[in-house]
Design a protein around this ligand. Structure first.
Ligand code: SF4
Ligand code: SF4
Length: 353
């Protein structure tokens, strides 16, 4: 579930397809510039950039209608901010998965820091079975189990493959380390080695320290109960938010250029822009009213339909008889109500003098 790992593995997979296995890639990096090297590097970086751009488009598409976004992107008609964020997230993806990789995990990832505070000996995590693996060392494949035992060796043949595949570059045989992101790459690598050697799999596996010692895991531990209560509180808070969610949202922006204006018949006008958001997926018909103003006269539509998920900016002018205004600044509310009677309001002021 870690996007950093998923993208890193995807980028490494492309790197392997274009430049070959790890030793070939190191060899290529040390070679002087040649047509073949430039070609391979260009293909790799182009593919990385294509994936990074698709990722950025998808991500920005969560905040703006994606059909228009993709069409505008393809026809070079993007506005400044969508273009800025697409370029920004493209560079982030390309930099993170292509160049930074495990640096992100070891220095910036909050997950590994959380893990260490939540751990205890019953936590299931990627673990090296020290008792079975040590002492480590190479041996001919044809040796029998008894011969290996006589030599004082455990099951680890010290091939270092688990370290080579680790995206954060750690050696899991040194025990639990905060850099470990539980990706399981070392588990797969080591199981492959065990299969080749004719040994049982699971020298590195998802297990707990207590399970390795043969102790049964206690499910109802104080930490588990504590975290369960915290989780329940979070679910309750989220459910409350969802249940009490308003289908509309409103923001009122006053016209700052003219605080008020006087009409020919002596009335006073204030101009506002209502920013109304439809939070539902379907269209909503809404009506606009006010509370706290003496006999307001409106100029502008008081009823409009907003498409699902859309936000509209709706200008409106409110006119008051100057005789009815008692103070320079009159606070009042603008209320937007839908057909089901759900209402949202925003406070504003009517200014005169
Ligand atoms: S699970 Fe293994 S490969 Fe993955 S980060 Fe942890 S030690 Fe490294
Ligand atoms: S992959 Fe397995 S056998 Fe090889 S060094 Fe790591 S733990 Fe030992």
């Amino acid at each position: 579930m870690c996007p950093q790992t998923v993208f890193t593995f995807l980028f490494v997979w492309i790197e392997e397809k274009v430049e070959g296995a790890r030793n070939k890639r190191i060899h290529l990096d040390h070679q002087p510039f040649s047509l073949q090297k430039v070609l391979k590097k260009s293909v790799k970086h182009s593919l990385w950039l294509v994936i990074a751009t698709i990722t950025a488009l998808t991500f920005v598409g969560y905040f703006t209608p994606i059909k228009t976004l993709v069409a505008d992107f393809a026809t070079f008609e993007l506005g400044f901010w969508p273009l800025f964020f697409i370029v920004f997230f493209t560079l982030c993806t390309y930099g993170n998965a292509g160049w930074m990789r495990e640096t992100m995990c070891t220095h910036m990832c909050p997950y590994s820091r959380f893990q260490s505070s939540m751990f205890d000996n019953d936590t299931v995590t990627v673990t090296y079975d020290r008792a079975r693996g040590e002492s480590r060392g190479p041996r001919p494949k044809k040796l029998s189990a008894e011969q290996v035992k006589t030599m004082g060796l455990g099951d680890c043949i010290d091939c270092n493959l688990c370290v080579q595949v680790c995206p954060t570059g750690i050696d899991i045989r040194n025990g639990l380390q905060y850099e470990c992101i539980n990706c399981g790459a070392c588990v797969d690598a080591c199981n492959g080695v065990m299969a080749k050697m004719g040994y049982e799999p699971g020298l590195i596996s998802f297990t707990s320290a207590n399970a390795l010692k043969g102790k049964a895991a206690a499910l109802l531990r104080p930490k588990v109960i504590g975290y369960f209560i915290v989780l329940l509180c979070m679910i309750a808070a989220l459910s409350f938010e969802l249940i009490t969610k308003k289908p509309l949202d409103i923001d009122v922006v006053r016209d700052r250029a003219n605080l008020y204006r006087e009409t020919l018949n002596g009335s006073i006008e204030n101009v506002y822009t209502l920013v109304i958001m439809n939070k539902e997926q379907h269209a909503q018909k809404v009506s606009i009213s006010t509370e706290g103003l003496p006999k307001p006269v409106f100029h502008g539509k008081l009823s409009l339909t907003i498409e699902g998920g859309q936000m509209v900016r709706h200008p409106i002018t409110i006119e008051l008889d100057s005789q009815s205004i008692e103070q320079a600044v009159t606070p009042f509310s603008i209320i937007v109500t839908n057909e089901s009677g759900d209402a949202v309001n925003s406070d504003s002021t009517f200014i005169f003098r």
